[in-house]
Design a protein around this ligand. Structure first.
Ligand SMILES: [Zn+2]
Length: 252
């Protein structure tokens, strides 16, 4: 069975931006893996970092299990993600463990530097994971090949200058929007935290709003837009179009 890995920074990032597409890929027989670079250690007003991390890892695992999938914590720390040797090794270890055919991660430009650094790290890890002499300090097998790599839309659907991300296509996720919401709702602690920190009590409404806007671009009720990494070494055909057919709508 081919594996798909959605590798985000914090528990709940994947659920906001790509869980609908993961649900569809799961329906098409793909094995789903969700990874996060950090354990979301700063995301609570009252619990300690260790306590909130433990809770968030449980929430992320429960979400992946909705798709019969697996969850991986890379081992990084919230608000400390940086493009460094330590983080490169953490990211490569996860990629080697999963050995995915398709990888999804953050857009290279996003509102939070943690997200942008995760995007660079995942991109690099996908590229270097098959290289025998690259040592990530853990003895895992090498990946078979460089995977397909896609970036999901930026949070809020704009880059740091407020401009739309140049996404190439959208996936019609209307049939799985309730599954996506169910996955997001596993992250119960974040609803509490965001209501406290950002006075933002619209957790699932926000997700539906983003999905609705991406859906409008492709003439669907709900959608998720992506851009494919076409750098040297990565496969360049759009395998999502091949798998999902008319649910994958290319943009002009
Ligand atoms: Zn995040």
């Amino acid at each position: 069975m081919d594996r798909v890995l959605a590798f985000g920074c914090h528990p709940d990032d994947v659920e906001f931006m790509a869980a609908g597409t993961l649900a569809l890929l799961s329906e098409h027989g793909y094995e789903i893996h969700i990874a996060t670079m950090t354990g979301g250690e700063v995301g609570h007003p009252a619990l300690s970092s260790q306590e909130i991390r433990a809770k968030r890892l449980e929430e992320a695992k429960a979400s992946a299990e909705i798709l019969g999938g697996h969850y991986h914590y890379a081992g990084g720390r919230d608000l400390e993600v940086e493009y460094s040797t330590v983080y490169r090794k953490l990211a490569t270890r996860v990629i080697r463990e999963v050995d995915p055919l398709i990888v999804f991660t953050h857009a290279p430009s996003d509102y939070l530097i943690d997200h942008e650094e995760t995007s660079r790290l995942v991109r690099n890890a996908a590229f270097i994971a098959p290289i025998p002499l690259y040592d990530c300090d853990v003895s895992t097998k090498l990946t078979d090949c460089i995977p397909y790599l896609y970036y999901w839309n930026a949070f809020g659907l704009v880059d740091i200058f407020g401009r739309p991300i140049p996404v190439q296509f959208g996936i019609d996720i209307s049939s799985v929007i309730d599954t996506k919401e169910k996955m997001l709702l596993c992250h119960e602690s974040q609803r509490e935290w965001l209501a406290h920190h950002s006075k933002w009590d619209a957790y699932t409404n926000n997700m539906r709003e983003f999905s609705k806007k991406d859906g409008e671009r492709i003439g669907a009720e709900y959608g998720e837009c992506f851009i494919q990494h076409l750098g040297e070494g990565h496969p360049k055909d759009n395998i999502l179009k091949e798998i999902l057919g008319t649910l994958c709508v290319e943009l002009d």
